[in-house]
Design a protein around this ligand. Structure first.
Ligand code: GPP
Ligand code: MG
Length: 281
């Protein structure tokens, strides 16, 4: 079973990273704020007054603010999903610890399937759904988003929240085109390299190395979408909106060391934080 889900050495190494990455305070401490565990970054300005006030709980205020910005990012993604009805089925491609999936069910009442190649993450996310009493509506599967084995033509919406840098986009969008109903919506938030500045910058290479991922150039997204009948309706450059998150994170005790690479890449323009929404035709 496992061998058909993890098909390549690269996928095995990605799964191993997330299976062993269990004590990540940057994600666990933020998630503990309200039991929504995210594996993506944040958007929007932070409240600078949290840096004032008593020093003894300053760090907890930073954690809560970083978490608020990450949840705001997931809310922004869901804002672009279009109308989703309670009976609709949606897919979270690379569902991590389940945060965005749970938020989608809370907002729309829809049924969510999340897939991840990390068995640990799938177990964690299913526990979260069970604790909330929504396990019948929000289900996480140890499966590969390139080959979900879910029935075709069943999804009103699909999203990937910072997971596309782990896969071939043409393979991914072929699978999503198979799953989406006609007129269904795909939303992607991603970091992508800027074709205009040329090949991959040092800061982008450092991010790849840090996460064992392979950040695609912006152009690749639109080629792969177009090749698979996915027509963009919205493209939002979130680069300026994510910089405050990284500035605040750099000042936190849960900083991981990758913050300066993101800030450099975004500020020098070699990297963008992008939301793309596309319709299946
Ligand atoms: C964040 O996960 C996202 C990724 C690792 C994918 C890479 C994203 C890019 C935009 C390049 P995380 O929340 O587990 O990361 P961290 O532990 O650093 O918060
Ligand atoms: Mg994180």
């Amino acid at each position: 079973m496992t061998s058909t889900i993890l098909r390549t050495d690269f996928e095995k190494s990605v799964a191993a990273y997330w299976n062993t990455h269990r004590n990540d305070p940057v994600n666990l401490r933020l998630g503990a704020v309200d039991d929504l565990y995210h594996h993506h970054y944040g958007v929007g300005p932070y409240d600078p007054t949290i840096l004032d006030g008593p020093a003894e709980d300053r760090e907890q205020r930073i954690i809560a603010e970083l978490h608020r910005l990450e949840s705001a990012q997931a809310d922004l993604l869901l804002d672009h999903l279009g109308p989703v009805a309670p009976g609709d089925l949606v897919l979270d491609g690379g569902s991590g610890r389940g945060g965005t999936s749970i938020m989608a069910n809370q907002r729309f009442g829809c049924e969510v399937d999340g897939v991840s190649i990390s068995e640990y993450q799938v177990g964690f996310a299913n526990e979260q759904a069970a604790r909330r009493g929504i396990a019948d509506k929000v289900r996480f599967h140890f499966r590969n988003m390139l080959e979900t084995r879910l029935p075709g033509n069943t999804r009103q919406a699909i999203w990937t929240n910072e997971t596309t840098m782990y896969v071939d986009l043409f393979d991914l969008y072929a699978e999503f085109a198979r799953l989406l109903r006609f007129g269904g919506r795909y939303v992607c938030i991603t970091g992508c390299a800027n074709d205009v500045t040329g090949l991959r910058s040092k800061a982008v290479s450092r991010i790849n190395e840090h996460y064992t991922c392979d950040i695609h150039p912006r152009s690749q997204y639109f080629k792969a979408l177009a090749a698979n009948g996915l027509v963009p309706i919205n493209v939002v450059d979130l680069t300026a909106a994510t910089i405050p998150y990284w500035e605040l994170r750099a000042r936190s005790e849960v900083a991981t060391g990758i913050e300066e690479s993101f800030l450099t890449a975004y500020r020098e323009g070699s990297f963008h934080y992008l939301l793309i929404a596309a319709d299946r035709i």
